[in-house]
Structure formats: C-alpha cells, structure tokens
Design a protein around this ligand. Structure first.
Ligand code: SF4
Ligand code: SF4
Ligand code: SF4
Ligand code: FES
Length: 944
C-alpha cells in the first residue's frame, strides 16, 4: 500500500476567478489572478523553499525562505506574500537567492538540535527538507552562544507534545489555532531572540484554552508539535483515506499506518466536509477500536442470569435464528424485529432492515434516529418535500445572519463550528436560541448579536413570535412566496402567526425572553440578505419537535431563505450516519429513500428485487417495541450498534422491556448496558475495519475504507447476511459494493452512486442520479422537491411535563466536546482526562437556596426516578434550569427523563424534564442497583 501525500501549495487559493499570464524561470504559466507567486510556482511544478507558509493559512512572510527575483523590481520579495501580476517574469533560482536562503537556513539550524536521525519527524520535517533544498552543508555559527536547545518539553496533552527546543517560531501553530480552529489559545510571547510559543500565560497546553483539535500539530513544519503516537511508534509507512465515525460532520481522514497499526489520523485536505480540519475525537480518539474491552468472540447464554459462553460464529448465528423462529411460531410473525444503528455504514444498515422485512416478514424495524432526528425527517418532508437538510456546510460562508437553535456546535459539531466561527469573524451576525449560554454566545472574537435564553420546551412559541414580527412588520419576501410556495397554506399560516398569542409580548411570558429581544432578533433575520438556520437536538427532542422543524421551514420560506447558498434549514446530525440510516429505509413505515411501505408500486419494486412478499403494514417504532415487550407481546429483538438501555429515555421502562424479551441479540463492539439483557452477543467492527459509506449532515456520501481486517473475523454486513440465511432467506452479497449497487438500483435519489464512482469523485451529496449526475449540494434551487413549499400551521401545544412545587426545575441535556453520545468509544480513550463523569450544572441562585456548593454530590429526581451526580455551579444555565450530559452509564441521566415524545414521530422529549435537586449524602438507589445489575453482564467463560 502507498502513503497518501497531502500536497501543500504554500498559500490558500485566491477567491478570484480570472487568470493572468506570467513567466516562471523562463517558462510561461497561466494562473488565477491574485494567486501568490509561491502558489503559482508550485502549481506550475516549481517548488520554492518555504517555512512559514502553508496553504491552510494566510501568508505571513516571516521566514524569508521563499525569496524570488522579479524582472523590473528591486530586491528579493517574499513569494508567499506577493501576488502574481499579468506579465510578471519571476526567477526562483539564482546565486544571490541561493546564498540568501542558505544564510537564513544556517541561522535556523544553528539554534536547532541536530538529532535528525533520531528525531521522530525524521523524513517528515519541512526544516530538514528545506535544509536539503537550499543545499546547506555547514553551519558557521557554533552552539556556544545563547540558544534554545535546552528548552523543555510540554507533554501535558495526552495526544501531542510540544518540544520547544525544536521551535523555529514560524507562528504556523498560532495562526492555525486562530484562523482554522478559532480558539486563539496560542500566542508568541516575547520579542526577537526571546520569542516563543505560549499556550496562555505560563500555562501548559493541558491547562490552557486548547481544545486539542490538532490544527497546530498539523501546521507545525518541525517536530516541535508532534503526535505522541508518532513519537512512540515512528513514522507511518502507508495510509488510506476514510471517514470519521463520530459526529455528523463526517470529516475525511487519512489513516496513517505502520503494518496494521494506526499511528496517526490526519484530516484530509481534500475532504469536502472538513477541508483538512478535525476535532479531538476524530483526530486522536480512535484507540477504542483496539481497546482490551473489545469483544472478539460471539457469545451466547440461555438466560441473562447466566455467564456468557464463547461460541463459534455458526453456533451464535444458528442459535439466534432458531430462537427467532421458535418465538415467531409461538407468538406470531410480528413478535420480533430489529433496530439499525446510525453508527454503522449504509450497507450494514440496509441489510438489517432487509433482514427484518424479508426474512422476519414484518416491518418492525426502526433506527436510533428515532430518538434524535426523526422530527427532522418528518418536518422537512412535510414542508419542503425531502427529509434532509438543504445546504452544504460551505454554504455558511455566504450567510449574512446565522440562527443557531438548540445546537451546541463547538461541542458537538466542532469542525463545522470552526467554519461558522470563521464566517462570524468575517462579519456575519449571530442569533442563538438556547436555554443555556453555549460557547458560541461569547468566545474569542465572536459575540452573538442576540442570545435568547428561552425556557426548555418553548421553541415553538419562540419561532412563532419571530415569524409574527416578520409578518407584522412587512419582512415577508412576497415575490418568493408567490412564486415558490402554496399560497393557501401561506395565508392560513399568516393568519395563525398574526394571532395575539404569537406576539413577542405574549411569548415573552411563556419563554422568559424579553419581547424587545425577540423583535430585534426577528428584524435581524428578516432583513438579512441571506439568513441560515442551524439546529440540533434542542429542537427535535421535544414533544413538539416536528412542529418546531416545520416552524423553522415556514420562517425560512416566508423570508425567501431556501434554495440559495448562505441560507437554508440545516439539521446538525448527532451521529456519523444518522442521515444514512434514515435514508436506507430504517423506519417502520418507509423503504429506502423515504418511500411508504404501504405504496404498492414502491413495495412491489422491492418485492421483485428481493424475491419475497413484503408486509404492507408499517411496523413498530422503538417506543412501541418497548411498550409491546412490557405487555408481553413483543418477544425478541436484533439490535445493531445501539445502546438503548443507556441512550433511550425512561431507563427503567427500557430495562423492563428488555428483561421481558425472550431473545435479545446485540451486535456491538463492547458489552454495553443493553447487553446486560442480551442472550446473543455478535461482535461488531469498528470504523477502521469497515468497508462502506456514511452520509453526513449535508447529505454527503463519504467512503469508509478498511485500514485493517475485521478484528473479530467477519464484516458486519456478512453477520447479518448469515443470520438472514439461517432464517431461511437467501441473501448473497459478495461484498459491500454489491449492497450499494442494490441500494442505487432501488432508490432513485442514489441511482448513480457506487463505490467506484465515489472512489473516483471523492464524495457526493444526494440526490445523485441522471438529473444530478454529480450530486446536489443545495436543495430546492428552482422549486421545492414537493413542488410548492407548504406552510404548516404551528400551534403551540405545551408539553405535559410541567414544573410544580415538588419538581420546580427544568432539566435539559447535551454533549461535551471530548465525549461522544453514550461514551462507549470516548470513555475508552484518553479523552477521559477532560471529562470522566457527567456533571450537573446549577445556577448560583438555585444552588444557594438549596445549600449546594461546587463539587457537592446532589440528588436529581423527577417523576420517573432519582440519580445522584456532582454539581457544578455556573451561570451558563439560567435560574430554574439545570443541565447535564449523558455520557456515562453509571450516571443514569435517562433514569429521570420521561416517556413524553414528539406527537408525530415519538422522538423522546429528552430536553425537558421537571426535576428537583437537593444535596445528597450517598448514591441513589438506582446507582446501587446499577452496580448490582453489572453482574447481569455475566462473566465470559472461555469454552462452551
Ligand atoms: S490543538 Fe487546536 S486548540 Fe489546541 S492549541 Fe492547537 S490549534 Fe489551538
Ligand atoms: S511550534 Fe511549530 S508551528 Fe509553532 S512556531 Fe514552533 S515550529 Fe512553528
Ligand atoms: S467534527 Fe465530527 S466528524 Fe469531524 S473529526 Fe470531529 S467528531 Fe469526527
Ligand atoms: S514562506 Fe514566505 S516568508 Fe516564509
């Protein structure tokens, strides 16, 4: 295998479009106007030496290595900071230039440890390369004078180190942190010889503002900032491009390998979702895939009280199939079903839903998107005609006003957050609707114009109030609405929106946000040339989640903000393949491409292809499965990569349902909380072993390529295929590419997609078919997918979950940067140094009246249950609201969340729970039970 070499053209591409003719070393070249001479030369195959320049950062002009001569100009301008001009004649080599470059290099080397042969960057160091390029043979200055050779190493970050003795003070790291990541954690301290890179005032990296994104490490041309994995294992030998398996940004990476060991994950500059940037999870937190907790043998047991027995694949799959068939014989065809995973590839998901429909003979299949973004699918389909976001991420760079609603991009979608922050630093305006003061509200060089800290559960009145101002004050884009939207529905919506109860003054009473702020925010968005809405689970995980999604679509249509770059309604998807798992037909009422299973023509095309009759009746959603299990009618389940016992609300109900089932089959990497109730455990593969595709939040189909063979010996799609065969259904794919071929054949929006096409073009955004052969970055350009955009009335029906004297506070939940979802992956990495336990954020006034201090153990109780956790006192939350994360199973955050759910999709109301918080002296009963329940996990006996 070869090593992927990422090209560095020295300076970013210019924003211009025209070209100019120039001459470089006597040869003609046509380059884009505004290109730097350095880039123009590199594009023409001439490598001018450079050190402080790199194409991800603005040119800086400090190192003086890139000097050139230009006809008609005096001196030796730096080629990185000098743009080309028509007719320019440039010389990149001459005796004088060579001497100047050698002199500069000599100075650098005279203050550099000459340990190249033993240095971990040996062979991958720009300083070393440039010393060779300029022909440096000797250094005239001794090492006796002042130097930095004994400067120390800061190894405080778990993933990379800073060896100050090797620093050439080129500022690339500082600029990367500012320009690419937007954290502004680094500075150059001191002047002249004293200058040095500093992470905060006398702080090490760990204690600084650094968020470990790795951009500075990536930018450093020397071994100063270096991944510890490279220091430990040495330089990679080969590499392969793949996709991050954490969040819905879907960053492309180059997995760099030594043998079959990953030694580094480098963000791919060609990745169209991330453009060479990353966050701490994708960049560094991949060690879970080889963690000792990985289960690599199939396991079975007859009862959940028994220890697990290691068995062969044949025995495990045969046992599961036999139990499924026995249960169907006894309890009926519909007594079993399955859940697909948004962490798995499209191909793996597709075969699971096919197994349920074709081999189990019912439509009892659902996906974990049920508990996160199902209202997105419903709401956008109803209003616009497609269950997906409207824009590519890059569109944010054209937005004038950005509204972020119920999302926390800097924590949950960090690479997109960096891009958004770049646009905000360029001058775009920002409105944040969130009960909590998220990082975007105020961070270095960013300040939201308006933060509307609405009470949890009041999104719908708030979006109605924003629309009320826009309609009442004449900010509707009448022409757009007339041409593009269904007028009757618009008129009906308009009448509803203008009702008194939707005025800012009335909504202020419900939401707690002053009317003047609502009006001002509405005017800002309403008058924007291009206004973009980004939202997350703070929108969807409510009993009115679908209403709110439709409310945002209404607002965007009314203001003419759909169908162009810089606009749109954009869901920030939580998991890597939420979009894909929904696209693949994981919902009980829809086949791939969101087509109703009840539609005879649609179902007929699948029946013909699959050679089997399909049930025309929609199956159970996940909450129905649990309710039916508790009622004794749903008896067995195949769960692909989802830890329902931790991630779904009302934990006790979920556990009761699982315990009631006769056969629970879990396919996952680790024995998780759900596996405590399982009878068969089928070991899954990590993303490093998968061959397939993920689809990110912008509908981008990215390739996932295996960098090592499946560690447990079997591809996940093959496990499902063998289970289907054992159930008597002939499923016979030879590889994952064949599964995608079938998806493309059966799904019009994927018609032109294949592995070979993706390998050729990199990635593509669906729809990708004959009408859009290279995909569709922006949806609804000339008309909405459904024809006319449909306004839907969004009356506010408050949640039944209310505060009262017993439960006077509202709990809302979210994520933190270093951890991911239920934490199964990130808890098995060094990310634990940043956040090893879920904390409860309490406002100082609520803490004071309860006698709670920072770090106290507190009880968090709701109508559903009680847990204990550690309190942290902060004004990030408003009085009356508390907040926690759900990354650790022993916290049991979902023990307190309720059964309330979205009226249209049953997406649980994770974001609104009435609670009480009191000081606690000991752990809750549930947590004591948790330890007790751990025994249910059962030991693993070595032999059967
Ligand atoms: S790792 Fe990222 S956040 Fe930390 S200093 Fe480097 S660029 Fe800044
Ligand atoms: S740490 Fe690396 S990137 Fe930063 S100034 Fe030093 S050599 Fe340049
Ligand atoms: S932003 Fe998301 S996709 Fe990108 S590296 Fe981080 S976790 Fe992975
Ligand atoms: S690369 Fe141009 S001055 Fe450093």
């Amino acid at each position: 295998m070869n090593r992927v070499r990422q090209q560095d053209l020295g300076t970013p591409a210019p924003a211009t479009t025209g070209t100019v003719e120039i001459e470089i070393d006597g040869l003609p070249a046509t380059v884009r106007a505004g290109t730097s001479i350095l880039r123009a030369a590199r594009e023409s195959g001439v490598d001018i030496p450079k050190l402080c320049a790199t194409d991800s950062l603005k040119p800086f002009g400090s190192c003086r290595m890139c000097l050139v001569e230009i006809d008609g100009r005096n001196g030796y301008p730096a080629s990185c900071t000098t743009p080309v001009e028509a007719g320019m004649k440039i010389r990149t080599q001459s005796d004088a230039i060579a001497t100047l470059r050698r002199n500069v290099m000599e100075l650098y080397i005279s203050d550099h440890p000459l340990d190249c042969l033993t240095c971990s960057a040996n062979g991958d160091c720009e300083l070393q390369d440039m010393a060779g390029a300029v022909g440096l043979r000797e250094v005239r200055y001794g090492f006796e004078g002042a130097n930095h050779l004994d400067a120390g190493v800061d190894a405080s970050n778990p993933y990379f180190q800073f060896d100050a003795s090797k620093c050439i003070v080129c500022s690339r790291c500082v600029r990367a942190c500012d320009e690419v990541q937007g954290t502004f954690a680094l500075t150059i301290e001191g002047r002249g010889f004293q200058s040095k890179v500093s992470a905060g005032i006398s702080e090490d990296f760990f204690d600084s503002e650094c968020v470990s994104c790795g951009a500075c490490v990536q930018a450093c041309p020397t071994a100063t900032l270096m991944e510890k994995s490279i220091v430990e294992h040495g330089q990679p030998e080969h590499s392969i491009k793949t996709t991050c398996a954490y969040c819905g940004v879907g960053c492309s990476f180059v997995a760099e390998m030594k043998g079959d060991q990953v030694v580094r994950m480098t963000p791919d500059k060609d990745g169209l979702a991330n453009h060479g940037h990353s966050c701490v999870k994708g960049r560094f937190a991949w060690g879970y895939s080889t963690h000792r907790d990985r289960v690599l043998d199939p396991l079975i047991r007859d009862s959940i009280e028994e220890p697990w027995r290691k068995v062969s694949w044949d025995e495990a799959i045969g046992y599961a199939a036999q139990r499924f068939r026995e249960i169907q014989t006894e309890h009926g065809r519909k007594s079993i079903g399955g859940i697909t995973s948004s962490r798995c590839t499209n191909e793996e998901v597709f075969v699971v839903q096919k197994l349920v429909r074709a081999a189990m003979g019912n439509n009892n299949v659902d996906t974990c998107a049920r508990v996160c973004h199902s209202p997105t699918g419903y709401g956008l389909k109803q209003t616009l005609g497609t269950s997906a976001g409207t824009q590519p991420f890059d569109s944010v760079m054209d937005a004038d006003v950005i509204i972020v609603i119920g999302a926390n991009p800097t924590e949950a979608h960090p690479v997109f957050a960096s891009q958004m922050k770049r646009r905000l630093r360029q001058g775009a305006r920002l409105i944040v609707l969130d009960p909590r003061r998220i990082g975007l509200v105020r961070s270095p060089h960013i300040k939201a114009d308006y933060h509307l800290p609405l009470l949890p559960g009041t999104n719908v009145p708030m979006i109605n109030a924003l629309a009320h101002v826009i309609v009442a004050e004449g900010m509707v884009d009448e022409q757009y609405v007339r041409e593009r939207c269904d007028i009757d529905s618009f008129e009906a919506w308009k009448s509803m929106i203008l009702r008194h109860e939707n005025s800012p003054e009335q909504v202020a009473k419900v939401s707690g946000v002053p009317a003047r702020d609502i009006r001002a925010a509405a005017r800002l968005y309403g008058r924007a040339e291009r206004g973009a809405i980004y939202y997350g689970l703070g929108v969807t995980e409510h009993s009115q989640g679908s209403t709110m999604v439709m409310g945002m679509a209404n607002l965007a249509m009314a203001t003419g903000n759909i169908g162009f770059s810089g606009c749109g309604v954009n869901p920030l998807r939580g998991q890597n393949n939420v979009q894909g798992s929904c696209d693949m037909g994981s919902f009980p009422h829809e086949l791939a491409g969101y087509r109703p299973v009840q539609d005879d023509e649609v179902r007929g095309s699948f029946e013909q292809h699959w050679g089997v009759s399909l049930d025309p009746e929609p199956g159970f959603r996940i909450p129905n499965m649990f309710d039916e299990a508790c009622a004794g009618r749903y008896k067995a389940i195949y769960i692909q990569g989802e830890d329902v016992a931790q991630s779904d609300p009302d934990t006790k109900h979920v556990e009761e349902a699982l315990a009631n089932m006769e056969c629970v089959v879990v396919q996952d990497l680790f024995l998780n909380e759900t596996a405590k109730f399982a009878h068969v455990f089928l070991p899954g593969t990590s993303f490093l072993e998968k061959d397939g595709t993920f689809i990110n939040a912008e509908r981008r189909i990215n390739r996932v390529r295996p960098v090592m063979p499946p560690r447990q010996g079997k591809d996940e799609w093959l496990i499902t295929q063998e289970l289907a065969q054992a159930l008597g259904y002939p499923m016979n794919y030879a590889n994952a590419a064949e599964i995608m071929d079938e998806i493309a054949e059966l799904t019009p929006t994927f018609a032109n997609v294949s592995f070979s096409f993706l390998d050729e073009v990199g990635s593509v955004q669906w729809p990708c078919n004959d009408s859009a052969p290279m995909g569709t970055p922006i949806m609804h350009i000339d008309q909405f997918v459904r024809g006319k955009g449909l306004f839907i009335e969004t009356d506010y029906v408050p949640t039944e979950e209310r505060t009262n004297r017993k439960f006077p506070l509202l709990l809302t939940t979210g994520r933190i940067l270093s951890q991911y979802n239920v934490g199964a992956q990130t808890r098995r990495t060094d990310n634990m140094v940043w956040y090893d336990a879920d904390l409860l954020e309490v406002h100082p006034s609520d803490a004071e009246v309860r006698g709670i201090s920072e770090g106290d153990l507190v009880s968090l109780s709701s109508r559903k249950g009680e847990i204990t956790l550690t309190a942290t006192i902060t004004e990030r939350v408003q009085p009356g609201v508390v907040y926690t994360t759900f990354h650790n199973p022993e916290t049991g955050a979902n023990v307190v969340t309720t059964e309330h759910s979205d009226w249209a999709t049953n997406c649980p109301e994770h974001k609104v729970t009435a609670v009480q918080v009191t000081p606690a002296s000991h752990r809750s009963e549930w947590q004591n039970q948790f330890d007790e329940n751990a025994k249910r996990q059962g030991k693993i006996l070595e032999t059967s």
